[in-house]
Every structure is written in structure tokens, then in C-alpha cells.
Design a protein around this ligand. Structure first.
Ligand code: IPD
Length: 286
């Protein structure tokens, strides 16, 4: 129901804000760093601590404190978190209500003190994204969206540019964290074509920050191959609620486990960008 969704959104906002304080506190300090799949795929102690904190807070609210919250008791039992998956949990996405968490999107920015870094919390019900919160604590921007209820930044309604002309569009792209020659070669073919056919490209270093910027009309589209569900689930709700379109880069509905996404200010721009891309990279699924 609408009331339930509003309650989930409120909770996710409070939890993201608390998590963001921890990120902000750690931002200018020395970080304890490890690499994951390769030297460009990073995790810090803060990522791990913040993910635990988020999961514990959500569990406390929806599973353990049944007295003060009996109507939603045990409603939410599933979690997909970037660092839990890195720690060996497989991504299992079911119809059950599921919180999808990226404790720090833009970890590399966080490590290098570049302010585009954010906490992402999304909620899916029956595999439909219903709530999305993206909080960028250094920029002090809190983005929220809930299905059918609009998208907001710091409480102000946001909407996409509605740009329809690729030649006048700004496109966000990411180098990503893969260092495989074949993936890089294909990505840079795409990059070449996008630069050639548009007004310009930008890279913020965080999938979610790219998407919320498209959502608020700062830039017009974003495409990436190689990301994961936690990088774009929460920001996807915000983008759609802001009037944007989110598709599979090859066209058709987005597939959250396919590790690729194309977002744009409008459906028409999304379709144009999709057909401009010379080849669509198949990634190993989550
Ligand atoms: C990464 C960032 C980056 C994108 C990568 C993601 P992380 O997420 O969103 O912009 O290019 O594909 O993995 O690791 O910082 O949460």
C-alpha cells in the first residue's frame, strides 16, 4: 500500500542519512584499503562497516522490534549488499521484499577524496523497485524516490531534462573496474561513437551519482556495462520517478542481473542512444 511504501521510504532515508554520517566522518581520514577482483576494484573498512550498520538498522526496524511496528513485522527479510556478496553471499533476488544496498557507491572517489560518493538503499517487492534513496554526504544531497510518488532532492521535486536530440545531449560513461583487454576494447569503441554523436561525455565515478544527475536534468543519459544491481537499483527508482527512462542498452526492459543499463531523460533519447551504440557487451551475469 501507499502508506507502507511511504514508511519504507522514510526508514531508508533515515538509515541512509546515518550511514552517510559515517562516510563523511571517514572521508578526509586515512583509509584501510583492500582490492577485490583487481587493482581497480576497491573496498575499504568503511564500506564494510557501513553495510553492516545499514543491514542491522533495517533488521532492527522490520524484524526485531515487532511491538512498536507490528504491522510490518518480518515483512522484510532479504538483503542484497555489495560487500556481503563480495564476502561470499551469492546474489539471490527473489519475489520477497528485498533491500538492495551499496554502502558506498563511488568507492574509488571516496578513497581519493572526490566528493561524488553516496550511500544507496533500494527496496524491491516482487522484483519491482519501489523505493530508492541515494545520499551523497559530502555534497549534502539526499535523493529519494518511491513508486508513483515522484523524485526529490533534499525535499524538492526533480525532473529530467526531457532532451530528445542526441546531438544536444550530455552522456555519462564510466571506464568501470574491469581491466580485461577485450572488455576495454569494446568499451572504448562505444566511447568513441558516443563522443562522435553527442555534445559531450562526463564521468562522475559513481553509477548512482550519474543516474541522479540525469534524474535532475544535469546531463541527459548514462550507459554502463559491468556494474551490479546495487549500483543502479535505488537510483533507478529516482530516475523513473523524475520522468526518465531506464532500458537494457540493447533495447527492451532493463535486466537488473545482466550487469548493464542505459538511462536517459526520455524514452526517445534512450532509444536513440541504444541504436547508436555499435555493439552491446555481454557481461557475466550476477
Ligand atoms: C562502481 C561505481 C563506478 C562504476 C562501477 C561500479 P562501487 O561502484 O559505480 O562508477 O563504473 O561499475 O562498480 O564499487 O564504487 O560501489
Amino acid at each position: 500500500s501507499t502508506a507502507e511504501i511511504q514508511d519504507y521510504l522514510k526508514t531508508a532515508t533515515v538509515v541512509a542519512k546515518e550511514a552517510g554520517e559515517v562516510v563523511r566522518e571517514a572521508f578526509y581520514k586515512e583509509k584501510s584499503l583492500q582490492t577485490k577482483s583487481n587493482y581497480a576494484d576497491l573496498v575499504t573498512e568503511t564500506d564494510q562497516a557501513v553495510e553492516k550498520q545499514i543491514i542491522n538498522s533495517l533488521k532492527e526496524k522490520y524484524q526485531l522490534t515487532s511491538e512498536d511496528n507490528n504491522q510490518y513485522e518480518a515483512d522484510i527479510s532479504q538483503f542484497i549488499g555489495e560487500e556481503s556478496v563480495a564476502g561470499g553471499h551469492k546474489t539471490e533476488w527473489t519475489d520477497d521484499p528485498t533491500w538492495i544496498i551499496d554502502p558506498i557507491d563511488g568507492t574509488t572517489n571516496f578513497v581519493h577524496q572526490i566528493p561524488h560518493t553516496c550511500v544507496c538503499i533500494g527496496l524491491s517487492i516482487k522484483k519491482q523497485m519501489v523505493v530508492g534513496v541515494v545520499y551523497a554526504p559530502i555534497l549534502n544531497e539526499m535523493y529519494t524516490g518511491a513508486k508513483g510518488q515522484g523524485a526529490f532532492c533534499n525535499g524538492e521535486r526533480i525532473s529530467t531534462s526531457q532532451q530528445n536530440d542526441l546531438k544536444q545531449a550530455i552522456i555519462y560513461l564510466e571506464g568501470g573496474s574491469s581491466r580485461e583487454q577485450d572488455v576495454l576494447r569494446r568499451k572504448f569503441n562505444i566511447y568513441h561513437k558516443v563522443v562522435e554523436t553527442t555534445r559531450g561525455t562526463r564521468t562522475l565515478g559513481s553509477a548512482a551519482m550519474n543516474m541522479v544527475n540525469v534524474a535532475k536534468g544535469s546531463g541527459d543519459a548514462y550507459v554502463e556495462y559491468g556494474l551490479h544491481i546495487w549500483d543502479f537499483a535505488a537510483s533507478g527508482v529516482i530516475l523513473i520517478e523524475a520522468g526518465g527512462a531506464m532500458i537494457d542498452p540493447a533495447g527492451g526492459p532493463v535486466d537488473f542481473l545482466s550487469r548493464r543499463v542505459l538511462c536517459a531523460s526520455s524514452q526517445s533519447l534512450a532509444d536513440q542512444l541504444s541504436t547508436t551504440i555499435p555493439e552491446h557487451i555481454e557481461m557475466e551475469r550476477d
